[in-house]
Design a protein around this ligand. Sequence first.
Ligand code: M6R
Length: 609
Amino acid sequence: MCGIVGYVGPKNALDVIIGGLERLEYRGYDSAGVAVIADGQIRVTRAVGKLENLKKSLEDAAVPAVPHLGIGHTRWATHGKPSETNAHPHSAGKVSLIHNGIIENYMTLRADLEREGCIFRSDTDTEIAAHLCNRYISKGLDLFNAMKAMCAEIKGSYAFLVIDERYPDRIVAAKNSSPIVLGIGAGEMWVASDIPAILGSTRQVVILEDGDITEVRANTFRIEHDGKEVERTPMTITWDPVTAQKGGFKHFMLKEIHDQPQVVTDCVRGRLRQDVGSVELPELPPTLLKEVQRVLFLGCGTAWHAALLGKFYLESLARIPCEVDYASEFRYREPVLDARTLVVAISQSGETADTLGAVDVAVKHARTLAICNVLGSSLSRKVESTVFTHAGPEISVASTKAFTTQVLASYLLALVSAEQRSMINKAKLAEHTHAIALLPMAMQAAVATESSVREVARRFQTARDFLFLGRGLCYPVALEGALKLKEISYIHAEGYPAGEMKHGPIALIDDKMPVVMVVQRSPHLRDKAMSNLREVHSRDAQVIAVTDTEGDKELRRYAAEVIEVPFVSDLLSPLILTVPLQLLAYYVAVLNGTDVDLPRNLAKSVTVE
Ligand code: M6R
């Protein structure tokens, strides 16, 4: 998500920090800022937009002496819109601090601090951390112990870097769920969120672990974990700078597939109350989901596939009638809308012209909601409220982690609706929250099918047509699998509801047509899918089965290849079953030598009609 760079040493800290942030630009950001100590004082400079704007502000601000210590940040907004006041660093007293992650209990902490007299200048969760640090230093703790005391109060994910005028020789950092690496040089040290930021300067790094707090000076560093000093062995990084940007993966798409266990965690963070077995979406107007009588989902491409699953969830859990429309078709159809209709627009970027155009029509007549990844996007500004997916920047044109988080956000929406409309009891709701809590591990196991999927890709890489089939919840999964394959490998692929095959596409099937069959364990649907599979098999097609059932012998009898993923629950299976299909598309494309991250004719955000 956000990028972090800190430096202490003989060089000009501003040059080093800006250089490091530039190497993290590929990740996407909406604002940036630096804090350096020069002439014994902290100087903070921040700007909205690109680093060029920050550089310009730095020229205007003219720091009076060469700084040798500082911290810098590129922000991807999560709390508070992209603006100069919300950009990091945030300051309180003589403290300046930057942060990656999400502070879950920030509302309570902010209320406490306001009662103590703290004045807040931003809408961010991060600013409370600056105030907390300052509070502990005012009470007599040094910077390191103030960070420790602050982390003990905070719930959520974080990578914090903090500096203080009273300690002009050190940066203190803490990590929980968000990455921090220390770069070790001769008489100089770097602290960063990612290896690419420092790779041009040093190859010796220490990767911090969750719970580590570190104090970094030009010649030394120390790390504490659970109150005890610990040793972390430095490692030598051999990556070239381009590979490093992708976290060591060959393509952004593969990195983003691997991000999924983490982003499903980020998507539900602060929304899942496992202790009481409930789901909360505080961003929604309190009575919205009670008042509406009909939901209309809109989206394009992958977002439209997520919408199909959203319909399924809302209908089955909350019993609200739902429809799904292509955003590009909706606006030219004289749609029937009223104040009891909720239009839910799904979009990763929040900038897709078709979706924005459709929402322009919807806002005139209906209630509106977005499921979106980009804070401050045009879409989120048009609708009444937005459920953000927190998937982090998605760089690859082929959408992967955005899809899984869109589906998960729709599921959360359906659970909240079901609860508000008294369609679900406490025990059932607790079962759902329990299943969600198991999702990251299941996603991890799905990602671990990578080597077997690569072998399947090798076997079928020369096929010119693929058919993807699924029933029920597996139908949108089949559509998404087919879209991924055609987008990046340029191989014709069609997604179809398995039960519809006999009404036409069965004519296409022969021994040259691989059929990817998505089979869910739910007894009724599994048996139906099996009979479709037998029909396909008896026409000589090579079947690649993707299933959430372990050791299904009958499936193995008919399928040439079987890829198994773990089962978590019927409703969450589509997320897990999608992962091997993303990997299949990825490896077929790699083996065919296409440009995976930038496929021909496609743009990441389609901002024209
Ligand atoms: O940013 P959006 O979610 O609104 O984008 C919608 C589609 O353009 C997008 O999902 C497209 O289909 C992707 N390339 C799919 O991988």
